[in-house]
Design a protein around this ligand. Sequence first.
Ligand code: ATP
Length: 484
Amino acid sequence: MSAATILVADDDAAIRTVLNQALSRAGYEVRITSNAATLWRWVQAGEGDMVITDVVMPDENAFDLLPRIKRLRPDLPVLVMSAQNTFMTAIRASEKGAYDYLPKPFDLTELIAIVGRALSEPKRKPSRPEDDGQDGMPLVGRSAAMQEIYRVLARLMQTDLTLMITGESGTGKELVARALHDYGKRRNGPFVAINMAAIPRDLIESELFGHEKGAFTGAQARSTGRFEQAEGGTLFLDEIGDMPMDAQTRLLRVLQQGEYTTVGGRTPIRTDVRIVAATNKDLKQAINQGLFREDLYYRLNVVPLRLPPLRERSEDITDLVRHFVQQTEKEGMAPKRFDNEALDVMKSYPWPGNVRELENFVRRLTALYPQDVITREIASSELKPDIASSPAEKADQRSGSVSISHAVEENMRSYFAEFGDSLPPPGLYDRVLAEMEYPLILAALTATRGNQIKAADLLGLNRNTLRKKIRELGVTVYRSARMA
Ligand SMILES: Nc1ncnc2c1ncn2[C@@H]1O[C@H](COP(=O)(O)OP(=O)(O)OP(=O)(O)O)[C@@H](O)[C@H]1O
């Protein structure tokens, strides 16, 4: 059997040489060119078993050439290399029908492995037609760690594989789940998210699977569950580690058999939903403690994706800050710039609340400081040293405040103490959150002297949302004579 022939196009002579040597050494025939026109001629002539191409070439961009190649020879695998290592490059490569995408600089061993795989795989189905007008960048950051994530996502877009995203709080787990949905083959279906930690435990099963009329006290009518709502789309199960055992058993059945029954129902319902789960806990530990089913863990963990904490990719901070500043500008705030020294200070801070903390930080400074340029002095005075030790203190840093969670923790301790050995009625989580809203909004309005625009910025709320809440909750600010 004759050796497979690889067509290589790159305008960088050094890369051509390196690829030529490595591929020849691996036993392939190689043809190399510096431009897209020659590559296209070869492809038209039916030459080559695989293409490796750079994106930017002097005469044509590979993303413009790729659809033509795929139309003419849908089975010819094309590996795209690029030095513009953004999420959109990875996605575009996948959308245009590339077999895989490799950010530069790359590892030759990995390249050879991809070539081997591409040539040995059964011929693939043609990819979906290109989709234009997607210039929004949902995921920001070009660090090596994020590029690896983009590559995995680009590969997963066209599949229905179950995915488990792990990572500390605020690393972007939900955002990744959404990006996977929005750019994947289910993007015309619904994206439904449910957070296990935010729903009273005894209601989770009914929330997920729906219930029949009379299934339990208070079930006055049939109700649809999130599975039904997510039909044809993606269901994002956040904080999966907080899922109660009974619900875990039902979920396992869905993953094994593709069907479920509602609470109180008998007839199995078939379901077509892609599951993406996320957790910031160590599920292995939960398994050891008997709190999480091991068989479910393996079913969910088909593709594990770990989002690294921001402190492990501080080179992303510049891009992220620019992104968040642009967002605040779109929302009507005055344009701001963080100077290089401010960015340096921020790069050496550990960000225990990750991207969420950074986003809040940028929003807070943009709202609070009238200066056009945020300097090192401002940034350092607003960043506290990382002395966090307790989760409560970490949460304080996350919210960027001095001791909010500490105060809540203290108050809840004394609240529980009042009940002695008995426990307060269930649904506490939602009640506490609801009760916090009024004093929080009142305090923000008082601090901003009733200025709703400033209060909304301070709280990180949309102005219309704040106005609606003020109306609903009947918050009234009594201005003192001094304030008026
Ligand atoms: N790479 C990124 N680019 C742009 N924004 C990001 C990125 N990662 C996270 N964010 C933003 O940071 C915030 C937190 O992200 P997200 O809610 O996805 O985190 P999470 O890991 O799901 O957090 P939690 O575990 O607390 O639920 C969001 O506002 C999100 O838009």
